[in-house]
Design a protein around this ligand. Structure first.
Ligand SMILES: Nc1ccn([C@H]2C[C@H](O)[C@@H](COP(=O)(O)OP(=O)(O)OP(=O)(O)O)O2)c(=O)n1
Length: 233
């Protein structure tokens, strides 16, 4: 089942299935969450950084491909999986599709690779939302402990020529473990803001009654009560 904005917000508040830091509430859309570009990005051919000196712009040269780290680190539990998609506004500029997967139990930054299919350079601003993640509840939880990849993908970024800044950021511990992401998120103003508003994201009684297990149980209790009443008379 695809998560709506209310599902995502509710899960973030509960901290049992999703954590994200930094949490930008405006980037939670109807049925996805947008992730933003960090100042850590490289051309996959030259291996060099494609971020300008002021750390404000990422330039994707004509017909080239770059890997960009998201600013956000994400953790999902065994009950959630996801898919990465480009934003329509990015595709309209001539950037390629991004169709990759988010495994249950993943934690870390995302390294998103995107190609410029045009013969003109394309700029992504640092902090600009450039990829959407759609999240799904899994029918049954994935097997505990199966995580194929290391947090924030050192297997992939170690191939690039990292600047001092890149090295410093990628060595930070908070985005490399589940607790670090959770603790940072919980202390953030945006999390506190969501928390204050939490009653808005609770499942309504109507939605809960629609759940097969709950409606079945209520039906059973009512049927039992009727049978008991009829027997007594
Ligand atoms: N654009 C993306 C998509 C996913 N991931 C993270 C989250 C995923 O849970 C994890 C693993 O994704 P894949 O399994 O697709 O990675 P690989 O291509 O390395 O495959 P495999 O795990 O089979 O080696 O990488 C990422 O950093 N950037």
């Amino acid at each position: 089942m695809l998560l709506s904005n209310n599902d995502i917000k509710r899960e973030i508040i509960k901290t049992k299935n999703i954590s994200i830091h930094p949490l930008i509430v405006e980037n939670i859309k109807g049925s996805s969450i947008n992730l933003t570009a960090s100042p850590h990005a490289w051309d996959i051919k030259t291996k060099e950084s494609v971020v300008n000196d002021k750390k404000k712009k990422i330039t994707i040269k004509a017909n080239s491909t770059v890997s960009i780290f998201t600013q956000e680190a994400l953790w999902v539990s065994r009950r959630i999986g996801g898919t990465y998609h480009p934003r329509v506004s990015m595709v309209a500029k001539g950037l390629s599709n991004i169709s990759t997967t988010l495994d249950p139990q993943w934690y870390g930054l995302s390294l998103v690779t995107v190609s410029n299919t045009t013969d003109q350079d394309i700029v992504i601003r640092v902090g600009e939302a450039f990829v959407s993640v759609m999240l799904y509840y899994l029918n049954t939880p994935a097997t505990k402990g199966i995580i194929d990849n290391q947090a924030s993908r050192p297997d992939l970024y170690s191939k690039f020529n990292l600047t001092d800044d890149d090295e410093e950021f990628l060595a930070l511990q908070w985005h490399r473990n589940f607790h670090g992401i959770l603790e940072k998120m919980k202390k953030s103003e945006s999390y506190q803001y969501l928390l204050k508003d939490k009653t808005r994201f609770r499942r309504s009684l109507f939605t809960l009654l629609g759940h097969p297990l709950i409606s079945g149980s209520i039906g059973g209790v009512i049927a039992g009560a009727i049978i008991y009443y009829l027997k007594m008379n």
